[in-house]
Design a protein around this ligand. Structure first.
Ligand SMILES: Nc1ncnc2c1ncn2[C@@H]1O[C@H](COP(=O)(O)OP(=O)(O)OP(=O)(O)O)[C@@H](O)[C@H]1O
Length: 321
């Protein structure tokens, strides 16, 4: 565990309209460590973006304080904050006629001043950021003429070029395809590790977060923020805080969310993994009860049931619906 770059103590956060205060989160404590990728997870509307705004010094707490490198964040000027914090927020305003290269170069402004004149070193940082996010080929494309996912990568590249010690990204992979989502999260983790940065990512992608995060922050209505290794939260069952209803639970065995349907009254014998996939398919097909045992074998895959052999799960389901 590295040093805590950002510390929140006994925070009460919310929004004020005139004299009326709407408190969203209270009694909130957290520490964001350097060298770690931390993922903040929680249901819609629980207050993740609100927490992020406080971490960035954009929302003044009703109570408590946020410390950046042990100094109250309110004591930093905007220029100082821009050198310390790199941010990727959802739906930022972007001028459509700007090119990807220009957007990424804007990340260097806190270091170059508003003249924007890039020294050789700055150009290299921009180049590295484009390369790390694999968008060098988009350098001269206009922001209005690229896809949502490509724009998202350009924003991540800008944050990399900004090179703050703390990076905060609110749903950075929302528009990306599956491979890109994994790649970006792996990249962020690598940056946290190799450059000793503190990286906070808000995400709804539990499975990718489990694969890549060093630490989870779980936020749920009316409970304190839970911080821990993802694996500890899975083992202790606290991960189920993300799934408060009766419909779903996190399967420790399978490492994924599954519906809490009634137990299948079907006997299936064979390799454990295959049994698990076949059970899933039967459950989805609405087959909950069958007499006798289904025998499953691998290499080659086959299902034997009542003297008939099937080579695909679909054939078996069609025959037994
Ligand atoms: N500017 C604002 N003024 C008043 N209330 C707000 C404001 N922004 C957010 N809220 C309220 O704060 C609560 C938490 O919102 P927030 O955006 O932090 O949730 P979230 O966990 O990020 O949600 P999501 O996963 O849907 O992005 C919501 O009830 C929302 O209506």
């Amino acid at each position: 565990m590295g040093k805590a770059s950002i510390i929140g103590r006994n925070l009460s956060l919310g929004y004020a309209k005139g004299r009326i205060r709407k408190e969203i989160l209270n009694g909130l404590d957290f520490e964001l460590f350097s060298g770690e990728l931390t993922c903040l997870l929680g249901p819609n509307g629980v207050g993740k973006s609100t927490l992020v705004k406080a971490v960035l010094g954009q929302l003044k707490p009703f109570r408590g304080e946020v410390l950046l490198h042990r100094k109250p964040i309110s004591e930093y000027s905007n220029e100082e904050l821009a050198k310390e914090l790199s941010v990727v927020l959802t739906e930022p305003f972007l001028p459509g006629n700007m090119t990807v290269g220009q957007l990424v170069a804007m990340g260097r402004i806190p270091h170059t001043g508003w003249t924007g004149k890039l020294e050789e070193k700055d150009k290299q940082v921009v180049q590295n950021a484009l390369a790390a996010t694999k968008i060098e080929y988009l350098r001269d494309e206009r922001l209005s003429e690229i896809s949502d996912g490509q724009r998202q990568k350009a924003l991540i590249a800008r944050a990399l070029a900004q090179d703050g010690k703390v990076m905060v990204l609110d749903e950075p992979t929302a528009h990306l395809d599956l491979v890109n989502r994994y790649e970006i999260m792996h990249l962020l983790r690598e940056i946290a590790k190799t450059q000793g940065k503190s990286i906070l990512v808000v995400t709804h992608d539990l499975e990718i977060a489990l694969e890549t995060a060093d630490r989870f922050w779980l936020l749920n209505c009316g409970t304190p923020l839970i911080s821990g290794l993802p694996e500890d939260l899975v083992i202790s069952g606290q991960i189920n805080q993300l799934l408060p209803g009766k419909k779903f639970h996190f399967s420790v065995e399978k490492g994924r969310i599954e519906s809490k349907n009634e137990e299948l009254k079907i006997e299936i014998s064979g390799p454990k993994i295959l049994v698990s996939w076949i059970s899933k398919a039967l459950e989805k097909a609405g087959i909950k009860e069958l007499s006798g045992t289904i025998e499953v074998s691998e290499d080659p895959f086959s299902i034997s049931y009542k003297g008939v052999v099937y080579s695909r799960v679909e054939e078996f389901i069609v025959a037994n619906l």
